[in-house]
Design a protein around this ligand. Sequence first.
Ligand SMILES: [Zn+2]
Length: 411
Amino acid sequence: MARAGGAAVKAALSCIDNEELIELTRDLIRIPSVVRPGDPAATEAAVARQVEVWLAKQGFDLEVQEIAPGRPNVVAWVGARGDGRSLLLEGHTDVVTEGDPAEWTYPPFGAELVDGRIYGRGAADMKSGLAAIMVAAAAIKRSGVALGGRLVLGALVDEEGDMLGVKHFCTTAIGRELDAAIIGEPEENQLCLEQRGVVWARIDIRGRMAHGAMPEAGVNPITAVGALLHELPALERRLRTLCRRSPHLRPPTVTPTVVRAPAQGIEQSNVIPSRARVLLDIRLTSGPDEPAVAREIDAVCRRAMARCPGSTVEWGAVSGFRLATKVERSEPLVRAMVAGVRQATGRRAVFGGVPGSTDGTILRMQLGIPIVTCGPGSRRIPHQVDEYVEVTELVDAAKIYVASALNFLQA
Ligand SMILES: [Zn+2]
């Protein structure tokens, strides 16, 4: 049975205050939380503080965990796991840069509400999802409905970077006892049971420096770069045969994003450089494990090296492997959410997939728990100018979280 008592869900849904949700979302957007390395004032600190103060006012137990200077995770909870379950509602507090504000129709941190849409950096990704999670948890708390477990709320840092927030959270006591998680990233409130994985491969090629007039005296790493780029379509085809196909996700892709030779220093037209560097953005669907993917990249590097005698070609994963994630429809969390969407919106759940990775990727990889990504906002709008969220989607998200959480924790 994946459905809580209808009366309990109704009671908790009635405790959602739409105006409060809209205003909280706007307040969070108005606090810029673009992380700018080297600028100690440009972190998630101010927005995390706002989240902390708001949750404390609602009477949640909470913990602030400083992950790096000025970069705190805020973790709150209600109920105890006991013999029941522990469910995480997760959002991140950082946003990507607004770019050139002159390109925006509405000020990027103005949070203007126009024709049913809230505009601003983070409106979709993901101050709205974070606000929906906070208001949903508060509604459950206010309703006084007894929980057969623990509801945890995580407002974590650095999702847009190395995911330091969630990596740390996975090592904490409250993180380790989780049974499942809902990630509030912008997915049009679809239930995304799959996420593509990513590996950023940094390939370092070493040759031998020489005069351009006497190439025979050196080893030109650019020859290996050429061979490497030539191999990429074959690598992509190979990964597509190893990975499972998904109706919700594009197949694996291999995209060179940086090519640099010389790897450092100034350009000189008469000098063969000693080093070159290539960065690849490799997206994956579920199937192969880390060693299987690594073997394919190894093979490409070996072939490039063979085409450039005397060179060495080595690679490493920038920020580790983020493998694709997939959960089955039979998972209790998925069943709780399918019922929850119906109870909250009166509509059938729509399934989807996440084109990139999220904090959920780390939760799945490190804790092995099922995760579903579901949140308000178009999945095409993040990181663009004039980012927005529809208010109706925002309100629906809060309702879906309430009903799904109760179904999961009371079942
Ligand atoms: Zn995000």
